[in-house]
Write a protein that binds this ligand. Sequence first.
Ligand code: NAD
Ligand code: LMR
Length: 330
Amino acid sequence: MNTKQPVRVAVTGAAGQIGYSLLFRIASGDMLGKDQPVILQLLEITPALKALQGVVMELRDCAFPLLADIVTSDDPMVAFKDADYALLVGAMPRKAGMERGDLLSANGGIFKPQGEALNAVASRDVKVLVVGNPANTNALIAQQNAPDLDPKQFTAMVRLDHNRAISQLAEQTGQPVSAIKNITIWGNHSSTQYPDLSEATVGGQPALDLVEREWYEGTYIPTVAKRGAAIIEARGASSAASAASAAIDHMRDWALGTPEGEWVSMGIPSDGSYGVPEGLIYGFPVRCSGGKYEIVQGLDVSEFSRGKMDATAQELIEERDEVRKLGLVK
Ligand code: NAD
Ligand code: LMR
């Protein structure tokens, strides 16, 4: 029997590809726990509301015991009302040959009104995850348009990159994914991201003692950083189920905590740690507990890492300057 009160989970782009996997995982308790009832508050653009009704019919047909109610709307002021969690997925995906940054002008405009609506009606403790690309800069836009909320409430998804980085290392070393700890994705969810193995371990051994440096720099880093494009090439559409799974992981760890002694990667507002310009939404190693995240401090940064971390920060500065010109951030 459930004794917990339901929490409100807003999801945008709910009739899209990612939505089709994500909603069912949330409703089954994968995100917030098997004892936490949820009310889904689903936002779509008006032409997609009919398709969304079909998704709602399927959600109901699953008879999920934790699904307390479903609200649908094409108005963010309705979908975000009192939301405790907001997963901002709705945006155009890129096509083959595009970089995620090419979506800035198409998608940036979505996140200003959504930030304003979150500011106006969401729970004062809302936890926001931006998935829609370019995720880091879209998160910055939403955050900057929600001045009454704490900037730390706005995060971007680099967890898919983190999970890809674990899986590629597991495959190379012939070890299970569960043996791999403390990988970091620094920076932007883009091809400039830096999947860093400096602190990673495999079955307790330093990862960089187990793989060739040449493989790490020449194969591993680009494979992880360009995995999104490889999926688009193979599938003819951008990653969806794996993106939904990463969103579940990100929110679960933020809400319920990271395992003892381990960290995960989250795109969060920089506080200047590790020389990352303050305010950028940048992938950092974080530990979560009690519904809060903290940057893991005190890690050594080699010259190689410094170069990679600065390059991805520079790209985020350029994206920020572009959306500034569009009037989407101050
Ligand atoms: P999709 O085209 O299948 O679905 C997007 C949905 O968003 C559509 O149903 C559309 O109607 C809706 N939408 C558009 N504008 C909206 C608005 N203003 N408000 C509410 N809904 C709106 O795309 P998808 O495959 O689900 O991908 C969604 C986004 O997630 C894309 O930008 C994609 O690039 C991104 N993505 C990010 C990651 C990541 O790791 N951060 C991973 C995969 C995909
Ligand atoms: C991904 O990493 O799979 C998504 O961001 C989609 C994309 O455009 O690569």
